[in-house]
Design a protein around this ligand. Structure first.
Ligand code: GLU
Length: 689
C-alpha cells in the first residue's frame, strides 16, 4: 500500500528496479521487505533471498526469531529458548535479584544449570506471527461527520474488537499499529511468552563499561549483552527459528542487517511539530530528568540498599536525559528543522498544483496549529505524564485510583491500559515495584514534581501537600496494603483516607482531562496525517519507510566509520585492547580483574569488541540481532553515536552510525573469563568460513 504511488509511477516509466537507497535510511516493515528487489539487495551484500527473511503465510523465517522483550529487541539463539539481548535490556531483572549481600549488578550472574535461572516477575517476550492490513476496516469504522474525539473513539473501539478476536488464539498477544499516523493500520499477532529467566549477565563494569560518560558515544568498549531463556509450560521454549551464531566476524565494508523493534521516530512530523517536540518534550526531559537523577544520587549516597533499589530507575532516567540532550544538540547542529521546513515548502508547492493532493495543504496547516495550541500547557502536561517515570508511589496511587474507576465499566469500554488483558501485568508491576522503592528517593522526586507543578501554573492542586507526612502514613508503599487496594472499589479507596490516594484523587481530573486532550489530538492526527503523508510520499517518488512505531523492522547497512567533526575520522571497530587502555580502576572504567587476567594470556588487540554500521536505528532497537548477509548473528545493536541521536528527526548518511557489540567478544568472555562451557555449547557458535 505504501508503495502504490511509487510503483504506479515506475511501472508507467517501464522500470521496476528499486534504487540503491536500500542500504542506510529506512526501517523497513516485513511487508515492505518482501517487495524489495532481491537483486538490488544482493548487490549490497545480502546472500539470501528476501523471502528467507519472512514467510507471511507461515509466519516464520529469520524475523520470527526477532523478538520483543519489554520494549527492547532480542533474538533467539538456541533451539531451547536462549535469548540474546542487551545488558541494559535485562538490567531490571538483574536489579530485581540484587541485594547488598548478593550484588548481581556489580558481580554479574551465570546460571550453570536450568534450576539456577532467575525468573523475571514482569519480563515478557513476544514472537511475531502474522501481519494483516486492516486499514479498510479501521477507516470504515469511523462514522461520517465524526468529530475528532468521536473519530478517535471509533478507531479505538475497532482496534479493541480486532485485538479481542485475534487474542482468542491461545497465547496470542495482538495489537493494531498505525503507520504514518493512520495511512495504514496493521493487525499484528504475536505469541507471548511470560516465563522468562535470566541466564547470564556480565558484571556491570563490562555490560555498562564507560557508564554514562561513554553512553551514546564512540569509540566504545562496552559488552552490552545478557542472556535469558524463554519457558513455556515450565519447559525451555522451542522457537520456530533461531539465529546461528557466527564467529566469522565483520570487517569494514561488510553488509549487515539490524532486525528489531524501533520505538518511535518523528521524521514524518512537520517542521512546526518538530519544534514542538523539541521544546515541549526533549528540552523538558533534559531539565526535569536531569534534576531527578541528581536527587536519586543525593538520597542514596552511602546506602547500598538505596543504591541498588534505584539503580534501574536511575539508569533509565540517565539514558533518556542524555538522549534528550543529544536530540537538542543534533537538531541544532544538523539544522534538521530548517531542512524539514525547506522540504515542506517544496511539497506544498508541488501539492498545490495537483488537485488530488489539495487536502495535504490544509492538513499540514492544521497539524501545525494543533501543535501550537498545545504549547500553552506543555510544562504541566509533561509533568503529569512524567508521573509514570518518577515517584513510584504516586504512579501506583494514580493507577489504583484509575483502575477502580475503570473496572466497573464493560471491558471494551475501559481505557486500554485497564482492560482485563492488562490486569495481570499491572498487578505484577505493582508487586515488582517494591524492589525499586527507596523512600528517601521517592520523597525527593515527589517533592520536585509537586513543586514544578505549582511553578508551572494551572496546577491541579490547590496547595502542595506535606510530602514527608504523606509518606509517613500512606499504605500505598507497603506491598500487602497495595495489593489489597488492587481489588478495591473507588468508595473503598476513598474511605481509607490514605493521603497518597487522596493526592491521586485530587490529580485524577487533570489526568483525565489530559487523556481527553490527547485523544482528541490523536483523532485529529488520524484525520490529517495520512493526507499530508500521501503528498510527501508521492513527492519523494521512491519507497519511504514509515516512522518507527515499536513494530518489527529491518535496516540494511554496512560496517562503516565516520567523521564526527572536521579533521577527525573514526574507524568502525574497537578491541579489548582499547578497553584495557581506558581502564582507570575506577567506575565506570574499571575493568574487572578476571577480565584483565584473561586478557593477559592473549593478544587483546585480536579480540574485536564493538563496531559501527550505518543502520537506521532508534530506542527499542536495543538488543537487535545484527546479522550478516547469510542471516547469521555477528553482533547486537546497543546504541548510536552522539552526532546521530537526532536521527529520530531525520536520517543523515554522513553521521548515521549505530553501535553494535561484536559477538566474538561475547564468546571470548564466556570462554576465557566465565568458563561457561555449557552455555557456549548450547550456543554452538558456527565455525568461521
Ligand atoms: N542505547 C540506546 C537506548 O538505550 C539504544 C538504541 C538507540 O540507538 O537509541 O535507547
Amino acid at each position: 500500500m505504501l508503495f502504490r504511488s511509487f510503483f504506479s509511477r515506475t511501472l508507467a516509466a517501464g522500470i521496476l528496479l528499486l534504487p540503491s537507497v536500500l542500504a542506510g535510511e529506512g526501517k523497513w516493515t516485513p511487508q515492505q521487505v518482501l517487495q524489495l528487489d532481491t537483486a538490488a539487495l544482493q548487490r549490497q551484500g545480502l546472500q539470501i533471498p528476501v523471502s528467507r527473511l519472512w514467510d507471511p503465510a507461515r509466519g516464520t523465517r529469520l524475523l520470527a526469531a526477532t523478538v520483543n522483550i519489554g520494549g527492547c529487541s532480542a533474538g533467539f539463539v538456541s533451539a531451547t529458548g536462549l535469548i540474546l539481548t542487551n545488558h541494559h535490556c535485562l538490567f531490571a531483572l538483574v536489579q530485581e535479584y540484587s541485594r547488598p549481600d548478593r550484588d548481581l549488578i556489580t558481580n554479574g550472574f551465570l546460571a550453570r544449570t536450568l534450576q539456577e535461572e532467575l525468573p523475571g516477575k514482569t519480563t515478557r517476550v513476544t514472537v511475531p506471527r502474522k501481519f494483516t492490513d486492516v486499514t479498510k476496516q479501521v477507516e470504515a469504522a469511523v462514522p461520517t461527520g465524526a468529530d475528532d474525539l468521536a473519530r478517535n473513539k471509533a478507531i479505538d473501539a475497532k482496534e479493541k474488537e480486532l485485538v479481542a478476536a485475534c487474542e482468542k488464539k491461545p497465547g496470542a498477544r495482538c495489537r493494531v499499529a498505525a503507520f504514518d499516523g493512520g495511512l495504514q493500520y496493521v493487525l499484528i499477532e504475536s505469541f507471548e511468552l511470560s516465563d522468562i529467566r535470566l541466564v547470564y549477565a556480565p558484571p556491570r563494569a563490562i555490560g555498562e563499561f564507560g557508564g554514562e560518560i561513554d553512553n551514546w558515544m564512540w569509540p566504545r568498549h562496552t559488552g552490552d549483552f545478557s542472556v535469558a531463556r524463554a519457558y513455556l509450560d515450565g519447559k525451555p521454549y522451542r522457537p520456530e527459528f533461531f539465529f546461528p551464531v557466527s564467529t566469522a566476524g565483520v570487517k569494514p565494508g561488510d553488509f549487515v542487517m539490524v532486525l528489531g523493534y524501533p520505538g518511535r521516530t518523528v521524521r514524518s512530523l512537520t517542521a512546526a511539530e518538530m519544534a514542538g517536540q523539541r521544546d515541549s518534550y526533549f528540552a523538558l526531559r533534559a531539565e526535569v530528568y536531569g534534576e531527578w537523577i541528581r536527587l536519586l544520587d543525593e538520597t542514596t549516597r552511602g546506602s547500598a540498599a538505596g543504591t541498588i533499589a534505584v539503580a534501574s530507575t536511575q539508569k533509565g532516567l540517565n539514558n533518556v536525559a542524555k538522549n534528550a540532550q543529544g536530540q537538542l544538540a543534533g537538531l541544532k547542529r544538523g539544522r534538521i528543522i530548517e531542512k524539514q521546513a525547506q522540504l515542506e515548502a517544496r511539497v506544498l508547492a508541488w501539492a498545490a498544483q495537483r488537485p488530488a493532493f489539495a487536502p495535504a495543504v490544509a492538513a499540514k496547516n492544521e497539524l501545525d496549529a494543533l501543535t501550537e495550541k498545545r504549547r500553552a500547557t506543555a510544562v504541566r502536561d509533561f509533568l503529569l505524564a512524567s508521573i509514570a517515570n518518577g515517584p513510584i508511589a504516586l504512579r501506583q496511587a494514580t493507577q489504583l485510583v484509575r483502575l477502580a474507576a475503570e473496572r466497573v465499566k464493560p471491558d471494551m469500554e475501559r481505557d486500554a491500559a485497564y482492560m482485563e488483558r492488562e490486569l495481570p501485568r499491572l498487578r505484577d508491576r505493582l508487586e515488582r515495584d517494591q524492589k525499586s522503592f527507596f523512600e528517601p528517593a521517592d520523597v525527593a522526586l515527589l517533592s520536585s514534581l509537586l513543586r514544578r507543578l505549582q511553578a508551572a501554573g494551572q496546577s491541579p492542586l490547590a496547595s502542595a501537600p506535606d510530602v514527608n507526612a504523606l509518606y509517613a502514613s500512606t499504605k500505598v508503599t507497603e506491598l500487602t496494603g497495595r495489593l489489597k487496594m488492587f481489588t478495591e472499589t473507588t468508595e473503598q479507596l476513598r474511605a481509607r483516607h490514605d493521603p497518597l490516594l487522596d493526592l491521586a484523587f485530587a490529580l485524577d481530573p487533570a489526568l483525565r482531562a489530559l487523556d481527553q486532550a490527547n485523544k482528541q489530538d490523536d483523532g485529529a492526527v488520524a484525520r490529517l496525517r495520512p493526507a499530508w503523508r500521501r503528498a510527501v510520499i508521492a513527492f519523494a517518488g521512491k519507497p519511504v519507510a514509515p516512522d518507527a512505531n515499536s513494530t518489527l523492522r529491518v535496516s540494511f547497512a554496512h560496517v562503516k566509520g565516520y567523521s564526527p567533526r572536521d579533521g577527525v575520522f573514526c574507524t568502525p571497530q574497537t578491541t579489548l585492547a582499547g578497553m584495557l587502555e581506558k581502564d582507570t580502576g575506577e567506575e565506570p572504567f574499571d575493568v574487572p580483574a578476571s577480565v584483565r587476567e584473561a586478557a593477559a594470556r592473549i593478544d587483546p588487540a585480536k579480540i574485536p569488541l564493538d563496531f559501527l554500521a550505518d543502520a537506521d536505528t532508534t530506542g527499542g532497537n536495543s538488543g537487535s540481532p545484527t546479522v550478516n548477509g547469510r542471516g547469521e548473528l555477528v553482533g547486537l545493536n546497543f546504541d548510536r553515536v552522539w552526532e546521530n541521536v537526532a536521527n529520530d528527526f531525520g536520517y543523515n548518511p554522513d553521521i548515521a552510525r549505530n553501535v553494535n557489540v561484536d559477538i566474538r567478544f561475547f564468546l571470548w568472555l564466556l570462554k576465557d573469563v566465565e568458563e561457561a562451557d555449557t552455555l557456549l555449547k548450547e550456543l554452538g557458535a558456527a565455525p568461521a568460513r
